[in-house]
Design a binder for this molecule. Structure first.
Ligand code: DAH
Length: 349
């Protein structure tokens, strides 16, 4: 009786090996082999299931069954290893095939990045002024009323303050600078009584209606030279040299009288319209001229606030709008494109 059971178990083991080998041949992935292992060889698997009947065998019958079971197990484990290696190899090859490079295909064009137009205009301006010996000086965007107005000769209540619609903060006396001119005071106070030549680039803010020509946030580049015997002709020489380099040699420029509380005399500079060359077009509003900056001879009181003795020192200053200049240089018809983040703008230059 016992012998029959033994035969039966051996038969089952044989059958199991056969089933397992067939199933393994069908396993096509690492996951399938893991499932296969759990079905046949794991502690809850079919092999263990068969061996559970060992108890019904006599002590003399067990060794043979145990030996056969171990052989089956060894054969299957071996087969599993081989199968896993084959699958890994096949997967690797599939990846290789998928990623293989066809060197005969035409290349894909690279999308090259470009500098923002404002950055380009600023860099052009830096290059021109640093070549003339100006240093680049940084100054804060959040300013005090004192620096933005008072030290520029605009005491509280001065009517000229109306030229700059201002964003005030909730802290009294603290505001977003409306122009880069307060940087003049910072620079002078740092260097006085040494002579200085600086440009002060940076963002400014105005509580103004946004239009095609003006944004409420924009850049300015301020310029300041202080020393002995500096005159209005130095200012003209520097600005004409600047315009020639920025817009090309020989472009006509003109100075118009103007008013700023921190300069006396004050002027504005126009250049002949880039597009129509002075003939008149929509960009220049049919005047033939484009205003590019305000400037003047530094007011003696401002020099004094900066720490210079106005009987000994004099200076000139200017403030330009690089975005306006870029609009003209690249024939862009609306300043609002600068901050709407549409990359098509960059394709236009
Ligand atoms: N700060 C003036 C503005 O924002 C521009 C300006 C005019 C700056 C004359 C100057 C200057 O330094 O001398 O409108």
């Amino acid at each position: 009786m016992s012998n029959i059971v033994q035969q039966d178990i051996l038969q089952q083991l044989k059958q199991l090996q056969k089933d397992a080998e067939t199933a393994l041949a069908h396993a096509k992935s690492a996951e399938a082999t893991r499932n296969w292992y759990s079905e046949y060889l794991s502690r809850k698997g079919r092999l263990t299931g068969i061996l559970r009947n060992l108890g019904s065998l006599s002590a003399a019958e067990r060794p043979l069954v145990g030996k056969v079971a171990n052989e089956v197990k060894a054969v299957l484990e071996n087969a599993l290893q081989e199968r896993q290696a084959a699958i890994a190899q096949a997967e690797l090859e599939a990846v290789r095939r998928a990623e293989s490079i066809d060197v005969t295909l035409p290349g894909r064009p690279q999308n090259l990045g470009k500098l923002h137009i404002t950055t380009r205009a600023l860099r052009d301006i830096y290059a021109i002024f640093t070549a003339m010996g100006f240093q680049i000086y940084d100054s804060p965007e959040v300013e005090t009323d004192e620096y933005n107005f008072q030290l520029l000769n605009m005491p509280p209540g001065h009517p000229a303050r109306d030229m700059w619609d201002t964003f005030y903060t909730t802290t009294p006396g603290l505001l977003l600078r409306t122009h880069t001119s307060p940087g003049q005071i910072h620079a002078m106070r740092e260097y006085a009584p040494e002579p200085i030549r600086v440009i002060l680039p940076g963002k400014c803010y105005r509580y103004e209606q946004v239009t095609a020509r003006s944004e409420s946030m924009f850049y300015q580049v301020e310029g300041l030279a202080v020393g002995k015997h500096i005159t209005f002709s130095d200012l003209k020489g520097v600005l004409i040299n600047f315009a020639n380099q920025m817009y090309g040699e020989g472009r006509e420029a003109r100075f118009r009288k103007s008013y700023f509380p921190f300069t006396e005399p004050s002027v504005e500079m126009d250049i002949a319209c880039i597009l129509c060359n002075g003939k008149g077009c929509p960009i220049c509003k049919y005047t033939g001229w484009l205003e590019i900056l305000g400037a003047g001879v530094v007011h003696p009181r401002v020099l004094e606030y900066g720490g210079y003795d106005p009987t000994e020192f004099s200076g000139f200053a200017f403030g330009m709008g690089p975005e306006r200049m870029a609009l003209q240089k690249y024939s862009i018809d609306d300043i609002r494109y600068f901050y709407t983040n549409d990359v098509r703008l960059l394709e236009r230059v």
